[in-house]
Write a protein that binds this ligand. Structure first.
Ligand SMILES: *[C@@H]1O[C@H](CO)[C@@H](O)[C@H](O)[C@H]1NC(C)=O
Ligand SMILES: *[C@@H]1O[C@H](CO)[C@@H](O)[C@H](O)[C@H]1NC(C)=O
Ligand SMILES: *[C@@H]1O[C@H](CO)[C@@H](O)[C@H](O)[C@H]1NC(C)=O
Ligand SMILES: *[C@@H]1O[C@H](CO)[C@@H](O)[C@H](O)[C@H]1NC(C)=O
Length: 440
């Protein structure tokens, strides 16, 4: 965020200097007032640069500034080290604790099966009855809930009931920890564990495959989403946009449900959560397909997306393609499929990552999101705010930056104008409370 702002800022500076030269002040001694003006211009271009703070907000901003300064002087500065090594340091950081309490608005970019911290999957879901496990040749695991012995999977050992396995091992804590390891990328030695992009992507896909058998069991699917909303709610996030593959879900007797079932489940769970937590705004789903599809498959899935959008306009926000961007097919390859809705006069909003791996735009509004928190051993959104605020933003980022990021997350969501107004009003009330409770 601030990285882009400062790129932008330096261009502004360059332009201003050229203008000054043109005005004839270049040859003489620079005018200190012009310098001051430039510095102000640059600051106003940063995210939050034009936000006007109240007296109480300025006090809190000054406090934050001091806390951040102290953190920067520590021998180990968390944003400068690998996130996995930084995690325990961040958890102890007073800046982080404050960010946890801060109403952060919405999380607009979250993937369906990395929403919930993996501890819940292992400690809650794998302890449910009828949970089978098998071990793959690539040191990973697969899970399956079934009333009877499931059919064997290729490349995997025979299925074992986890309950039986837990009864046999000496130390179930060790077993549970190894299961958690299978579900995240987290490791004490990331540099050696993941020497290349290829290796880390492969492991990332393994974590996803390991989680799949757990989260696509129909009852777990609903509980998982509820727990995800709960974790984001606890982290003071009030609205979620979930990028969801909507895979088929299954029951203990191996019967299966289609995509519409999954979408309806999300809608029902979100509604239930809002009923129980009236200060939460809900969630919408961006249906995602994988970039590995060929054109024929992509056309079929875009057609399905149009039908789902028509049936579930409240919960479905639009369509998106996932998968490793630089190795996968470009959007251009899918153009015939992606232009289907326009040809049919159907509205299907798109939410693509375009150039995410080489984001070089300027002046675009920024939001912070956590993408796959569980994969990185994190939860919610505060870790990402911490990295953005302390690392990218540096000493120039202030409370106005945070305020603008939170407001942006609502302003640039897929909510209708009426719901955005409602969300902003709700957010403002939470914000005012946060300020009055935390500014001294
Ligand atoms: C199981 O292992 C963990 C560490 O891996 C250890 O802390 C714990 O005491 C062990 N439990 C038993 C019952 O041996
Ligand atoms: C996954 O879990 C299995 C079983 O406990 C373990 O042998 C394996 O090392 C784990 N894999 C990873 C990548 O942690
Ligand atoms: C597991 O999660 C469900 C809700 O998803 C909850 O009702 C239940 O109490 C949890 N069980 C344990 C053992 O934590
Ligand atoms: C696309 O993939 C499907 C199966 O996944 C295959 O049957 C079909 O031939 C493929 N189409 C093309 C054009 O490659």
């Amino acid at each position: 965020m601030a990285l882009l702002s400062s790129l932008h800022g330096s261009q502004v500076t360059l332009l201003s200097v050229l203008l000054l030269c043109w005005a004839g002040v270049c040859g003489g001694i620079p005018d200190p007032r012009q310098r001051e003006l430039l510095i102000q211009q640059e600051a106003s271009r940063q995210t939050g640069g034009t936000v006007v703070l109240t007296e109480a907000e300025r006090r809190l901003s000054a406090q934050l500034h001091k806390l951040k300064q102290r953190e920067m002087e520590e021998p180990q500065f968390p944003p400068a080290i690998h996130f996995f090594k930084a995690l325990p340091l961040i958890q102890r950081s007073p800046v982080f604790r404050l960010l946890q309490k801060m109403p952060k608005g919405a999380a607009l970019h979250i993937h369906d099966f990395a929403v919930v911290g993996v501890e819940w999957l292992v400690k809650n879901v794998t302890y449910r009855p009828h949970c089978y496990i098998c071990f793959t040749a690539s040191q990973s695991v697969r899970f399956r809930f079934s009333a009877k012995q499931p059919h064997p999977l290729p490349q995997c050992s025979a299925w074992v009931l986890l309950e039986t396995l837990r009864g046999k091992v000496d130390n179930t804590t060790d077993l549970d920890n190894s299961l958690m390891q299978n579900l995240t990328l987290f490791t004490d030695d990331p540099v050696n564990a993941y020497p290349s992009q290829d290796i880390v992507w492969r492991r990332f896909e393994e974590t996803f495959m390991a989680a799949l058998g757990l989260v696509t069991h129909a009852p777990v699917f609903k509980d998982y989403f509820y727990e995800g909303l709960q974790q984001f709610y606890m982290d003071n996030v009030m609205y979620l946009e979930l990028r969801a593959l909507l895979p088929m879900t299954y029951e203990l007797d191996e019967s299966r449900h289609d995509r519409a079932w999954s979408l309806k489940a999300y809608q029902d769970v979100a509604r239930q959560f809002v009923t129980e937590h009236p200060d939460f705004l809900g969630a919408r789903v961006i249906f995602t397909a994988h970039r590995g599809l060929n054109l024929t498959e992509a056309k079929a899935i875009v057609e399905e997306a149009m039908q789902l959008q028509k049936r579930f306009p409240e919960v479905m926000a639009g369509f998106h393609l996932v998968g490793r961007e630089d190795g996968g097919r470009p959007l251009w390859y899918f153009r015939e499929a992606l232009s289907l809705p326009a040809e049919l006069g159907v509205t299907l909003p798109y939410f693509f990552h375009a150039g995410e791996t080489a984001l070089m735009s300027e002046g675009h509004p920024m939001v912070v999101s956590s993408d796959d928190p569980a994969t990185f051993g994190a939860t919610g959104l505060s870790y990402d705010f911490y990295e953005a605020f302390v690392g990218l933003g540096g000493m120039n980022a202030h409370l106005g930056t945070l305020k603008e990021l939170a407001i942006n997350s609502i302003r640039y969501s897929s909510l209708s104008p009426e719901l955005k107004d409602k969300a902003l009003a709700l957010w403002q009330r939470k914000w005012d409370k946060f300020i009055s409770e935390n500014s001294q």
